[in-house]
Structures are given as C-alpha cells and as structure tokens.
Design a binder for this molecule. Structure first.
Ligand SMILES: Cc1cc2nc3c(=O)[nH]c(=O)nc-3n(C[C@H](O)[C@H](O)[C@H](O)COP(=O)(O)O)c2cc1C
Length: 370
C-alpha cells in the first residue's frame, strides 16, 4: 500500500456511461451539466475529475460532445480544490500548443491540473478530419516523441528538438507552474508500448476497470521495470453500484444491464470503427460489464461494505486513485460520498454540502449562464 486513497469522477462529456435509454438519466453532455457535476463532486469531497477527450461523440456522432480543454479551463476557474485531469491524444495537438494550454490551466487552477495521455481508438475521429490514423504502435511512437517535448516545455525548460515529427528551436514557455515543477502526467492504456511509455514519462498509470488479479499482475509487471525518479502510482477506472444490501445492488445491475441492451446497435456501430489492436478493447471481450473503460469489470457492485472491502483490496495492490462512474450520476455520486467515504477512512460530506455550494456559487454562475 502506498499513499492516500483518492477518488475522482468521470465528467459526463458524452452522456451517460452505462445506458443511453434510461428515463432516470436523460442524455446530457452540456457544459452546464458537466460543470454542475464537477462542482457537486468538489463539494462532496472528491479529489479529482477526469475530462475525456473526443472531438465528436464517439458513440453517436451527431450527439453533443463537450470540448475537453476549453471546458477544463473553465472548470479550473470555477473550482478551488478538486484536481482537473484532461485527456490528450497527441495527433490532435502540436506539442508546443498543448504544453502552453496545460501551463495555462495549471496557472488558472494554481497547481491542480494534470493531463492523461491516451493513444486513441476511434478511427473515424481522425480520418474524417483528414488526420492520418497511424497503426497502434506507430501512434505510440509518435506519442513518445510528443511527450518528450511536452514534458520539457511544461517544466519551463528552453527546448530545441530535431526529431522525426517535430522540429523545435529554442522554445520556452512562461509562466510555468506557480507551485511545482510541472503539471501531473497520467497515462491511460494497457498494451506493451503503453507500459513502456508510462514507465518513462507518467507520474500515474491509469488502468481500465478489471478484476483484482489482473490489476495485481499488471502492477507487478510495471514495478519490475527500471525507472528514473519517483515510483509510478496507479489509478483505476470503475463503475460503481453500491447499495445497503448485495441483493439491491445486483437488482440495480440487472436493471442497468437490461437498459444497456437497448444500445446494442450503437455498440456494434462503435466496434466497426474501433482499432482492433487496442488492448483495452480486446480485454473488454473477456467478460460482461456495464460502463465505459472496463466499468463494472472491476467488481465494485455490491453492498456498501463489500464495495469498501474491494476498494481496500485494490488499494493494497497499489491503486491510489479510483476514477468512478455512476448512473444516475448526481444521485449515485452523492450516495458514494455519504456511504463509502466513512467506510474508507475519510469524512462523510456535511448534510446539504452540494446545496450549500450551489447557493454560494449561484451569483457567479448566473452571470456566466443567465
Ligand atoms: C483511464 C483511461 C482514460 C481514457 N480516456 C480516453 C479519452 O479521453 N479519449 C480516448 O479516445 N481514449 C481514451 N482512453 C482509451 C485509450 O485511448 C485506449 O486505451 C488506448 O488506445 C490505449 O490503447 P492500449 O490499451 O492498446 O494501450 C482512455 C483509457 C483509459 C485507461
């Protein structure tokens, strides 16, 4: 076991995580909904939010999709404590531009910003824009050169780089972070090139939701590898269904799974434009699950006590940060904080914490969104 347990929530950037035809969770990927979720998470005591990056909705292309980096800058301005982690796919941004944006959000948030380097899977997102979608390992090779440049720029170093993809002469960005060496670097992926890249560059390795034994094997493989600097830490994506009793949780799982069945056509269409070499996607075929990025494959479905026990077991295996999904999001986000936080050695939120935060924030939010 390493450092403190941390909890985060996936921002609803492209709608519900488990099922799209749920009367309790109508589709909503608006800025206002994302903002309200992140403000509620902060008021409830969550530590982080993860803002995924997709330029078009990856499930249904004509549905709304939140723009990750501009929204993250706004979230940084509206919050005061929560960490904001924003995904980045290197093909979409030149490293100098991205490093500048990352430092800006680091400054707005005064040291609460991190980015999550991901390798992409939705072929259409790139090809329809005329951006070549290299094959799996070529994308990682490009990402390696890209992060080499970005990592130095976000430290405020003066950078000259002549590589295969980038030619940068005497470039330095200012201001740098006001409080630390640089923003935090996360990496999400599972394949061999993802592992090698994370060991060389990431502070935290983000795993997709998967059973405890698989997480243990993954972590011991990473820890065996030589690495410079601080040991790498680990985060896990997971969809949670926690109830007073295991029976109630399983009933809710079956309810959401039945709703998710209605999305079967959409999922088949998504599969048709997904890169088959993405290890994440191959692993998904191993077991039934709901939620994205592994979702309930991490097994956080059960009574409050069972879910707490499983979280402790993952923490013992090396997971420090749990990036959680729920449905319906507002209700379950609050339930987890009230019921699970005290079982996991942290304070429950004060009753009415979210309402108090809303009342306090209303004048500012009203002027932004009349
Ligand atoms: C925690 C986490 C977050 C992710 N976020 C995104 C994202 O925002 N956008 C995206 O296109 N892919 C995202 N991915 C998926 C990665 O792009 C995908 O896993 C990638 O292709 C890595 O491939 P690999 O599993 O073969 O290494 C995420 C993956 C993880 C584990």
């Amino acid at each position: 076991m390493s450092s403190r347990l941390r909890f985060g929530v996936w921002s609803p950037v492209h709608g519900p995580r488990a099922a799209w035809q749920d009367p309790e969770e109508p589709f909503n990927a608006s800025w206002e909904h994302n903002r309200d979720i992140v403000l509620a998470a902060e008021a409830l005591g969550y530590d982080s939010t993860l803002v995924a990056l997709h330029t078009v909705n990856p499930y249904v292309a004509d549905k709304d999709q939140l723009e990750a980096w501009t929204a993250s800058a706004a979230l940084a301005a509206l919050t005061s404590r929560i960490e904001i982690i924003t995904a980045i796919k290197p093909y979409l941004y030149h490293p100098v531009v991205l490093a500048k944006m990352a430092l800006q959000i680091e400054n707005i948030s005064r040291g609460r910003f991190g980015f999550n380097l991901v390798n992409a899977w939705n072929r259409a997102e790139f090809e329809k824009a005329g951006i070549p979608f290299g094959e799996h390992d070529a994308r990682y090779a490009y990402g390696r050169e890209w992060i080499e440049v970005v990592e130095r720029l976000i430290r405020g170093e003066r950078v000259s780089h002549q590589g295969e993809n980038f030619h940068i002469s005497d470039y330095q960005l200012t201001p740098k972070s006001p409080v630390r060496d640089r923003p935090r670097i996360y990496l999400g992926g599972e394949s061999e090139p993802a592992r090698a890249l994370a060991v060389d560059f990431a502070d935290t390795f983000f795993l997709n939701g998967q059973p405890l034994e698989d997480v243990q094997a993954f972590i011991s493989d990473i820890r065996r590898r030589p690495r410079k600097g601080e040991p790498i830490s680990f985060g896990l994506a997971a969809f949670v269904i926690a109830r007073e009793t295991e029976r109630e949780a399983q009933e809710n799982y079956r309810h959401l799974a039945a709703l998710a069945e209605k999305d079967a056509g959409m999922r088949a269409e998504v599969a048709s434009r997904t890169d088959r070499n993405v290890v994440m996607v191959r692993n998904f075929a191993k077991s039934a699950r709901i939620g994205s990025n592994g979702g309930t494959a991490a097994g956080l479905v059960g009574s409050y006590d069972q879910v707490a026990e499983r979280i402790w077991a993952f923490h013992k295996a090396g997971i420090d940060l749990f990036m959680l999904q729920f449905q319906p999001l507002h209700t379950e986000l609050a339930r987890f904080a009230h019921e699970l936080f005290p079982r996991l050695g942290r304070e429950a939120p004060a009753p009415g914490a979210v309402q108090a935060q809303r009342a306090e924030a209303r004048p500012a939010l009203h002027s932004i969104n009349p």
